[in-house]
Design a protein around this ligand. Structure first.
Ligand code: NAD
Ligand code: UDX
Length: 469
């Protein structure tokens, strides 16, 4: 197998950035260059004060150690391609917005453009690694494009190496992954390429955690893993609705169920609904794949996981309105948290967006506070979620607050949408003193001390907990 000396990563986003920064950290003998067309993003990666384009605990430290040593960020995509012996394709693959498969299929345009660029620019043989999440058999399309457009002396091996990191814990996940998955063609050349990439990871990942499989299994495993994780959340959220109607407590139910070692305790936290750039997109992708394979029952099964999530978000906003005497018109509501989970500034598919949209539609006044999400991002998300609402209306009804305490002032209700640690230690006495009465708290993340808040005087509603308790 070729010993990898130079890596290029196309796409300096949430995956390409942290993944290749960790590879550079752990492999001082390899030069890693991360390239992207987005100049602003590359500038941020290169910024003197390490004002990086994404917030991820521990990331700055990794970049501080490796940047300028064997880790480089650049917009010179062609140079990166030319010099590398292994290229990660880590570009975005969002859900298609128009055309065949709109709303379900993955938009592979960015993958295709990057692949075509590799074919046009490469002057020597390369290992091309699909890092982006893609539908099954995309590697075959990449191979066809590369072979049809390459120079005669260039040979390409395509590998699938899906990424399993979760945002907010990306560095930890990358430093000690449960497994690294590498898919290749089962030809001698394919297996050699696979061994070359496995050697890169073997710098820090124990060999028994590096799984090598066929290309299509690798591609499908990524969609399958996300579908099964999201399915657990939708299952527990479906049960949370039963808890609310019966007086059972979803926390107790999840604990009891999770103690069965066959089920396991992780990913059973009821919530206001899952968000993030992956779960919904990848399940819809699986639905589309199933339909294209003429498996309508399979498609319907997975689609229901996403539908349950939509229901959970709707159900939560409705519970807020119902509890506030069936109207929130003109009432001030504090929304704490806008990111799709704690420890990230990412808002893609965040449940908070749906909640604020519903509150604005009910003509409430909404104060939003999030410790990491940039304000411009919140305005962009709200404009996109309410395409028919004039921006003046949104601006009139929504205020972005500089702190949780500030957001709660004069509010009728506080809604917790993201489980940021700082929301666990809010000075609830001060919040209560500054609110209209009765003062309501709606905990969409099960983080408040219900007894304590009730003793202060709050009316508390928690996801998955019946009022009868
Ligand atoms: P992202 O949008 O943060 O980053 C993608 C980057 O690629 C962008 O900066 C974009 O400018 C760049 N890009 C697009 N086309 C390009 C081209 N032709 N040349 C150079 N640069 C180009 O996306 P992300 O969150 O990093 O996700 C990337 C892929 O990884 C997706 O397929 C996603 O499904 C998958 N994934 C994401 C996560 C996650 O937690 N975000 C986890 C696992 C897998
Ligand atoms: C997910 C997968 O976990 C990761 O392996 C994959 O590579 C990318 O997609 P991510 O979306 O970054 O990662 O975060 P994750 O921790 O999975 O959370 C996704 C959403 O589910 C968040 O909104 C989170 O709040 C929610 N969630 C998670 C729950 O509601 N309950 C849980 O028990 C766990």
């Amino acid at each position: 197998p070729v010993q990898v000396k130079k890596i290029c990563c196309i796409g300096a986003g949430y995956v390409g950035g942290p993944t290749c920064a960790v590879i550079a950290l752990k492999c001082p003998d390899i030069t890693v260059t991360i390239v992207d067309l987005n100049q602003a993003r590359i500038n941020a990666w290169n910024s003197a004060d390490f004002d990086l384009p994404i917030y991820e605990p521990g990331l700055e430290d990794v970049v501080r150690q490796a940047r300028g040593r064997n880790l480089f960020f650049s917009t010179d995509v062609d140079k990166g391609i030319k010099e590398a012996d292994l290229i990660f394709v880590s570009v975005n693959t969002p859900t298609k917005k128009a055309g065949v498969g709109a709303g379900f299929a993955a938009d592979l345009n960015y993958v295709e453009l990057a692949t075509r660029r590799i074919a046009a620019i490469a002057e020597s043989s390369k290992i091309v690694v699909e890092k982006s999440t893609v539908p099954c058999r995309t590697a075959e399309s990449m191979r066809t494009i590369l072979e049809a457009n390459s120079k005669p002396n260039c040979k390409f091996q395509i590998l699938s190496n899906p990424e399993f990191l979760a945002e907010g814990t990306a560095i930890q996940d990358l430093l000690s992954p449960d497994r690294v998955l590498i898919g290749s063609l089962q030809t001698p050349e394919g297996k050699d390429a696979c061994a070359s990439l496995a050697d890169v990871y073997a710098h820090w990942v124990p060999k028994d955690r590096i799984l090598t499989v066929g290309l299509w299994s690798s591609e499908l495993s990524k969609l399958a893993a996300n579908a099964m994780l999201a399915q657990r959340i939708s299952s527990i959220n479906a049960l949370s609705a039963i808890c609310e109607a019966t007086g059972a407590n979803i926390d107790e139910v999840a604990h009891a169920v999770g103690r069965d070692s066959r089920v396991g305790s992780k990913f059973l936290r009821a919530s206001v609904g899952f968000g993030g750039s992956c779960f919904q997109k990848d399940i819809l992708n699986l639905v589309y794949l199933s339909e294209s394979l003429h498996l309508p029952e399979v498609a319907a099964y997975w689609r229901q996981v996403v539908e349950m999530n939509e229901y959970q978000k709707r159900r939560f906003s409705k519970r807020v309105v119902d509890t506030l005497f069936n109207t929130i018109t003109g009432k001030r509501i504090a929304v704490l948290g806008f990111a799709f989970k704690a420890d990230t500034g990412d808002t893609r598919e965040s449940a908070a967006i749906s909640l604020v949209r519903d509150f604005v539609a009910e003509r409430a006044l909404v104060n939003i506070y999030d410790p990491k999400v940039p304000h411009e991002q919140i305005w962009l998300d709200l404009a996109e979620a309410m395409p028919t609402t004039p921006s003046a209306t949104i601006q009139k009804q929504v205020t972005l607050s500089p702190s949780a305490l500030e957001a709660c002032k004069n509010a009728e209700a506080v809604v917790i949408a993201t489980e940021w640690k700082e929301f666990k230690t809010i000075d609830w006495e001060t919040v209560y003193a500054g609110m209209n009465k009765p003062a309501f708290v709606f905990d969409g993340r099960m983080i408040v001390d219900v007894e304590k808040l009730r003793n202060i005087g709050f009316k508390v509603t928690v996801i998955g907990r019946g009022e009868r308790l």
